[in-house]
Design a protein around this ligand. Structure first.
Ligand SMILES: Nc1nc2c([nH]c(=O)n2[C@H]2C[C@H](O)[C@@H](COP(=O)(O)OP(=O)(O)OP(=O)(O)O)O2)c(=O)[nH]1
Length: 159
């Protein structure tokens, strides 16, 4: 069964922030984060399904960017029952709200895209998305502490 979803970013040309949605239901998925979206209805056009799901779940209209093409005929495997197709998107009308299915939305800054517990199947997808958009998934390394013995203090003066 086909699921469609959107990686909503702040800027399609130079993305830095990614919108993640926390599932409120079902209990087995509650508390895990995902890309907003859902199942394509029988006979429904896939792009129409993306727009419908984002309107229903977040109350927004979006402009779609490019598809993040997955390894299974373009799709990403979620489970033995579901595969997902994913497009980048930018909000054009409205402010995203967790209207149904979600109890929280969060904009993740560059370097923090893995800072929430994504659904298991989404973790490799977030990595692939970040790679394709040239956004770091990890924060930049902290400046390294001086190693022992490399103190900048002058050496002791011998008598
Ligand atoms: N929307 C979405 N679903 C995902 C993602 N990752 C993932 O494993 N899934 C799973 C969770 C669900 O088992 C399935 C999608 O179902 P859904 O509950 O979002 O679909 P829907 O909005 O049409 O829901 P419903 O009306 O049938 O309850 O795919 C993801 O990033 N986004």
């Amino acid at each position: 069964m086909l699921v469609v979803a959107a990686a909503i970013v702040d800027d399609l040309g130079a993305p830095r922030r990614l919108l993640a949605a926390r599932r409120a239901q079902p209990v087995s998925l509650a508390g895990r984060w995902e890309f907003p979206g859902g199942k394509v209805e029988p006979g429904e056009d896939v792009l129409a399904a993306v727009h419908r799901e984002l309107a229903e779940e977040l109350g927004v209209e979006v402009e779609l960017g490019t598809e993040l093409v997955g390894p299974e005929g373009g799709a990403w495997r979620l489970s033995d029952r579901y595969v997902m197709r994913l497009w980048t998107a930018r909000v054009t009308v409205g402010e995203p709200q967790p209207l149904v299915e979600h109890d929280e939305l969060r904009w993740l800054d560059a370097g923090d895209w893995l800072a929430v517990p994504w659904l298991d199947a989404d973790v490799p997808i977030v990595h692939a998305l970040a790679r394709s958009l040239h956004v770091p998934v990890e924060p930049p390394p902290a400046p390294s502490a001086p190693s022992p013995g490399s103190s900048s203090a002058p050496p002791p003066v011998s008598p």
